[in-house]
Structure formats: structure tokens, C-alpha cells
Design a protein around this ligand. Structure first.
Ligand code: ADP
Ligand code: MG
Length: 726
């Protein structure tokens, strides 16, 4: 039985949004109602337990067993009132997404019945049956299993009938097996390195926080059309498909109204997000057709990242209720924009002082400059590993394309900050730092505006851009766990801050004032970065590639090679000194990354070959046979082939493409067979990198055939059908 493509398109076009049960309340009334947040803690815990738990959350103290038992008691009461029947530890393994293992709350009561139980042991530690999660040889499957333990800084939440406990996932030997553990270490590392510097300006500072605001891009496709595309279903992207006549040239989608069906999905998603305490703030169409974006109000990085993971899960489940499938893949459609996840990142003190935004006075601005310059230096020193932190088989399709950050990490400062840095290099270190415009224009001063309002001074081609009160790490992929990128950035910044503080202490010991000492320490740093990592030009241009190479930035484009940056001596020193990863963890994680890369390409390659052989060639042959019959009939009736030029030409071209498809498919199958015999993860990934290119080569003749073969015979929904939701 073959699919009726036209019927599929007709029904998908005619679909209406389902009725959504929206709460009859204001957002402020249901925000966080599915969270065991501070309000719920206060209500369900006795005051002593509440304050003990607050100590754990705010000061990072470990949760002792007695407190854990009492916390669990309160949680259980809250959960049962909310009709919870199951509990799960919710964690972030090195595969994409989150993992859960659900247990019912019931236990036998010894009298033939059951009772609901939940105590501190289920909160604090749970052996995970996670032996098949990737761990890169750290934890051989026959060894003791890893365990999961609640991260009290991330509140417990309810999804459907299940109490979800956000946990870290670590081996018994202490190595991190997840994304959350290193992220938490990196947040601490940045704080430990930043606090002594902040204290020179304000002794009241005890802690520096790391903030994250993500912008999640995604595509929606109708689920019936999706189900007719094996490639989308299995790999998350279209491996073939000729460009639609209309795609994003008009940019009309970006400015257009949100289609009703999509708006209904977004509304439900927002409500569910808000109930889970995720402050979803903006939603809009993106540039490509069927592409959208969602962003919350930023928050502390660990929590905000959990929220992103949760939102990705929610998107998947809610979309299905609306007859959609969410595509979180970085490049679901060839030739139109891919999806990223801008990670807006900043630091701020526990006294409420943002560190990536200008201050209100000279000292405030000096503090801002200190952090601003050191972040840039960190990005320069570790631009290779920062790129590796966002690299993946799927994001590779986006990087270096003409619409997304290039595969070179540079930083965009904007006109104002570029000229401030250049000026600092030319003036004495005791030059007053003023707020721009306050004292009229004065040539001598270093002037920094109070706030950056100039949104036009933005550069979409930069992978790492300063946007007024934060840096925007734009190279992160839409399907990624932001923790990979944020952890690396934090570690790099922490290391640089440690070095900076050492240098600064020498200047201070020489009796200089704080400003002069800071300026004298910053100047050589600025001189190093201003013409290297700082780049305000067009990141997509050919010249930039050559220029970046000349500047000594990493220009590697092969993902398996990029991962090697994690284990260079510089990276190992940076990660171990800051306590973010051990050398063993770095090695193990790379094995996992190479392995995931290999598997992704392997799956794509298999799907591609099967689709080419089982879908495309038969359709093309059918059309070719029809043409052959036609010309043969013509010849019988008319006595010659005169007038069959078009048909004969089509027959020849189709025949040639069919041959090319089958040759390339066979070549790829053989390449796979060879690659599969390679033992070493790195070498196998390198072999698969070459196969990734073969997939694109096989795509070309397939897409040509789509252009030539009778539309009626084409077995797959075409781009023009997939990409325009009514
Ligand atoms: P854009 O101009 O990029 O559309 P938005 O105002 O939509 O900017 O913000 C993008 C994201 O950046 C949001 O999640 C927002 O909360 C976050 N953000 C804003 N300020 C900061 C900050 N200081 N630190 C971290 N994230 C921030
Ligand atoms: Mg942005």
C-alpha cells in the first residue's frame, strides 16, 4: 500500500487547532503551582527543616539524612495532594535529553494492603539502572552502577502523575556522568575566582552567580506529513528534498502573524511552562517558514538549564496533542535557516550587581571593564574548546553555513566598547572613567554609556556577541544541552580570573591605587585581544576565514577533530585547575562524543541508502518505464522517434541519475562497512566524518530526480508541503 501524498497534504492543510483547556486564572496565580518551590516548602515543612534546607540550597551544604527524611515527608504530603502516584529521578545523561526511571510510591504494608511511602533515601540517592547510558569507559557495565542524588538548588516538580526529582548522575568513583554535575562545578569555580576580585570593590560580596537566558528555536511540522518521511522520523532532519520555489526569500514568515494552530500550541506550552515555574516570556515566528522561537526570563544557570530541558520535553508532548511534531534538530531542511539556541550569559554578585553591564560610577565601570575584558581573554585563550563545546553531528550542518555562526569563535563588542578598549590603551591608567554624556563630551575621559540602547549595533554573524548587559553565545545548537557550552565558558572565565587576580595582586603590592592597578593589569590583556578574538566584521565572509587563521584562531571544521581541543594540555590545565573536569572525565567524555557522532552519521547513512534504494529509485524507474513505453508506442505508430526529443532526454537524464544514486549508495555502504571495523572511537568518528560528506553527495542526484520525476509518483512529502502550516 502506498501513501497518498495528496490526501495527506489536504488533511494537514485543513486541520484546525484543538480546543485548549486554558486556566481561568492569571499567570501570577498559577505560576509555579507544579513546583515544590519555597512557598510550598514553607507550607509543608516545619520551620527547622525549612531553614536547614535553605542552608543547603543557598550555601551548598550537603543534605543530611535526617533533614532529607523530613523534607521527603513534606514533599510526599504535597505530592499526594496533587494526585501523584509515581516518583522519578530526573537527570541529564550525555545523550541528548533527559532520563527518568519511574517507581510507584506504593509499598506493601505487611497486612495485605499497600501504603504510599517516600523517605529521604529516595530523595538523596538512587541507584540508577543506567548501565546503558554513555560514560566513555569510566564505568564498565559490570562495575558498580552510577547513582543519582537530588540537586536541592533545582526544585522538585510534578509532571502528570509523577514527582520528578532533578538529580546529578555520578559514578561511585565520583566522576560525572551527566551535564548537570560539571555545570554546578563550573558555577562554583567562576564564583570562587570572581569573588576575591569583586571584594576589592565591595567587601559585602560573598558569591557570584552565573545567569543564563536561552532562546530556543524550533520547527513545527504536521505529524501526518512527518510520519510519511522516514528521514525526519528517524534522524530528525530531511536527508533529501528539493528546495521549494518559495522559502524564506520574502522573510514574510518572520514578520507574519502566528498561524492559529501554532498559536494554540504555543499557548498551551506557555501555560504548562508557567505552571512548572518556567517564566516563558517571548514567542515569535523565526525567519524560516514553520520556524519559531521561545524564550524565558533569564535565571540562575543551573535552574534555567533544567528549565530548558524541561521545555524541550514539554514541547514534544504538547505538540503531539496539536497534531504537530517539534523538530529540535539544528538543520531539518537543507537550504533554509537552521535552529540555534542562543545562550545569553552573564555574571552578577549576590549583592545584586550585574558584572556584564556598565556601572553607575567610575568604580562600577572599572569593575565592569575588568569582567568584560577577562571574559574576552578567556574566549580567546580557549576559542578551540569553546567551539568543541557546541560541536555535534547535528550542529555541524549549521556552523559555517551562510546563515549561522561560522565555525570560528570570535567576539563581537560593538562600536562603543571597541573604542573604549582602544582608548584605554592610549591613555594613562588614572584617566577618569565616566559615564558617557554626563559631563558633556570630553576628549580625555574613558566614557562608557550607562546603558546600551543601540540595538542596531548588532552583528548577527558573530558567534559570541556582547549585547549590552550580557554575552550571547549564539553558536549553541537548538538540540543541545546548554550546560555543555556554559560549563566550558565558566571554566575558561574562572581560569582567566584567577590569572588576572594574581597579576593584579602584584600591582597592588607595588602600592598602586585600585584603578591604576586594575588598568595596568588590563592593558596588556586588552592589547592581546583587541586584534585577535575581537572581530566586528562579517563572520560569514571568505576573508574572515583567512584573517582568523592569520590571527591564530581555531578554524577546524571537522567535528571529530574539534573534540580533540578538550584534551590539549591547555584545556586539561584549565579544567583541572578550576575543578570542573578531571583529566579522566575529559578523556571519557570525548569517547562518548565521538561515539555519538559516529552513531548519528551511521544512522543517517543507513536511512539515506534505504530511502534512495526503496523509495527514490522505484519511483524514478516507474516514470522512466512510462516514458520508454510512450516513445516505443510513438515509434510504432509514427514509424520514427521524431518528436520524442523531450522524452528521450528525460529518459537519459533520469537513467543517469538513477545510476549515480545506486553507485553512490553502494560506495557509502562499503565505506560504512570499512569504518565499522575501526576500534578506536576517534578514528571511527573521523571515518564517519567522510561518510557525512557522502550523504550530501548522494542527496544531489536524489534531489535532481525530484525535479524530473512526475509529481504524482513522488513518494515523499516535498519541502513545499512540509514547510507551510496553514
Ligand atoms: P534579543 O534582543 O536577543 O531578542 P531578548 O530580550 O529576547 O533579547 O533576551 C534574550 C534572552 O536574554 C532572554 O532569555 C533574556 O531574559 C536574557 N537576558 C537578558 N538579560 C540577561 C542577562 N543580564 N543575563 C543573562 N540573560 C539575559
Ligand atoms: Mg538574542
Amino acid at each position: 500500500m502506498s501513501i497518498d501524498r495528496f490526501e495527506l497534504v489536504r488533511t494537514s492543510f485543513g486541520k484546525k487547532a484543538p480546543a485548549v483547556d486554558l486556566p481561568d486564572k492569571k499567570a501570577s496565580e498559577y505560576f509555579g503551582e507544579r513546583l515544590f518551590n519555597r512557598a510550598a516548602m514553607r507550607k509543608y515543612l516545619d520551620p527547622q527543616t525549612f531553614s536547614a534546607l535553605m542552608e543547603c540550597i543557598d550555601k551548598g551544604h550537603p543534605l543530611d539524612r535526617a533533614t532529607a527524611d523530613r523534607v521527603a515527608g513534606g514533599m510526599k504530603e504535597w505530592a499526594l495532594e496533587n494526585h501523584v502516584t509515581h516518583v522519578t529521578h530526573w537527570f541529564q545523561p550525555l545523550t541528548e535529553g533527559t532520563a527518568e526511571k519511574h517507581d510507584s510510591l506504593i509499598a506493601l504494608d505487611g497486612r495485605g494492603g499497600v501504603i504510599e511511602t517516600f523517605d529521604g533515601s529516595s530523595l538523596a540517592q538512587q541507584e540508577s539502572d543506567g548501565s546503558s547510558f554513555p560514560n566513555g569507559g569510566i564505568r564498565a557495565t559490570f562495575e558498580a552502577r552510577g547513582y543519582t542524588a537530588w540537586d536541592p538548588t533545582s526544585p522538585v516538580f510534578i509532571q502528570e502523575d509523577t514527582l520528578c526529582i532533578p538529580t546529578v548522575f555520578v559514578a561511585y568513583t565520583g566522576e560525572a556522568l551527566d551535564y548537570k554535575t560539571p555545570l554546578k562545578r563550573s558555577i562554583k569555580a567562576v564564583s570562587d575566582a570572581a569573588v576575591p576580585i569583586c571584594r576589592l570593590f565591595d567587601p559585602a560580596v560573598n558569591n557570584v552567580k552565573c545567569f543564563l537566558g536561552w532562546e530556543q528555536e524550533y520547527f513545527l511540522v504536521d505529524e501526518d506529513l512527518y510520519a510519511a518521511r522516514t528521514d525526519l522520523m528517524i534522524t530528525g532532519r530531511t536527508l533529501m528534498g528539493h528546495m521549494s520555489s518559495k522559502s524564506q526569500q520574502l522573510a514574510d514568515h518572520y514578520f507574519g502573524a502566528i498561524p492559529a494552530r501554532v498559536a494554540a500550541f504555543m499557548r498551551e506550552l506557555e501555560v504548562e511552562g508557567l505552571r512548572l515555574g518556567i517564566p516563558l516570556k517571548t514567542r515569535h515566528n523565526e525567519v524560516a517558514p514553520n520556524q519559531f522561537e521561545l524564550a524565558p526570563i533569564y535565571g540562575e544557570a543551573n535552574l534555567s538549564n533544567d528549565q530548558n530541558q524541561l521545555v524541550m520535553n514539554l514541547m514534544n508532548s504538547i505538540a503531539r496533542k496539536h497534531g504537530f511534531v517539534v523538530l529540535l534538530h539544528e538543520k531539518p531542511f537543507h537550504g533554509i535557516n537552521g535552529s540555534g539556541k542562543h545562550c545569553n550569559w552573564s555574571l552578577g554578585t549576590d549583592t545584586g550587581r550585574p558584572l556584564m553591564a556598565p556601572g553607575r560610577d567610575a568604580m562600577g565601570n572599572l569593575l565592569f571593564l575588568t569582567f568584560f575584558v577577562n571574559v574576552l581573554m578567556a574566549v580567546q585563550r580557549h576559542n578551540d574548546v569553546l567551539k568543541a563545546s557546541i560541536a555535534s553531528a547535528t550542529n555541524a550542518h549549521r556552523l559555517g553555513g551562510n546563515e549561522a555562526p561560522p565555525a570560528i569563535i570570535s567576539a563581537f563588542l560593538g562600536r562603543t566598547m571597541t573604542s573604549v578598549l582602544r582608548k584605554i590603551l592610549t591613555v594613562p591608567s588614572d584617566t577618569p572613567i565616566e559615564i558617557a554624556g554626563r559631563k558633556g563630551r570630553s576628549v580625555g575621559l574613558i566614557e562608557i554609556p550607562e546603558i546600551f540602547v543601540d540595538n542596531t549595533d548588532r552583528n548577527r554573524t558573530s558567534p559570541f556577541a556582547f549585547t549590552g548587559n550580557r554575552f550571547e553565545f549564539r553558536a549553541v545548537g537548538s538540540s543541545a544541552n546548554c550546560a555543555g557550552a556554559v560549563t566550558t565558558l565558566n571554566a575558561a572565565v574562572a581560569e582567566q580570573l584567577l590569572d588576572f587576580k594574581q597579576a593584579l595582586d602584584k600591582e597592588l603590592a607595588a602600592g598602586k591605587t585600585l584603578q591604576v592597578a586594575v588598568m595596568d593589569t588590563l592593558k596588556p590583556v586588552i592589547a592581546k585581544i583587541i586584534d585577535v578574538v575581537c572581530f566586528d566584521g562579517n563572520g560569514y565572509s571568505e576573508e574572515w576565514l583567512l584573517e582568523a587563521q592569520r590571527r591564530g584562531l581555531d578554524v577546524e571544521t571537522s567535528v571529530p577533530e574539534m573534540f580533540k581541543a578538550f584534551t590539549t594540555p591547555e584545556s586539561v590545565a584549565m579544567f583541572t585547575r578550576t575543578g570542573v573536569y578531571t583529566e579522566k572525565e575529559l578523556g571519557a567524555r570525548n569517547e562518548v562524543k565521538w561515539d555519538i557522532y559516529t552513531k548519528k552519521v551511521q544512522i543517517e547513512s543507513r536511512v539515506m541508502v534505504r530511502m534512495a534504494v526503496n523509495h527514490i529509485i522505484p519511483a524514478a524507474l516507474e516514470y522512466k518505464t512510462r516514458l520508454l513505453k510512450e516513445v516505443s508506442l510513438h515509434q510504432q505508430v509514427m514509424g520514427s522517434f521524431d518528436g520524442c526529443g523531450t522524452e528521450l532526454d528525460l529518459i537519459r537524464r533520469i537513467g543517469a541519475y538513477i545510476e549515480e544514486v545506486s553507485d553512490r549508495a553502494e560506495a557509502m555502504r562499503l565505506a560504512r562497512k570499512r569504518a565499522n571495523t575501526i576500534e578506536d572511537e576517534y578514528a571511527r568518528a573521523v571515518a564517519y566524518h567522510a561518510i557525512a560528506a557522502q550523504i550530501e553527495e548522494l542527496r544531489r542526484p536524489v534531489d535532481k530526480l525530484e525535479e524530473l520525476v512526475d509529481n504524482q509518483l513522488w513518494p515523499l512529502p516535498k519541502y513545499r508541503e512540509l514547510l507551510f502550516i496553514s
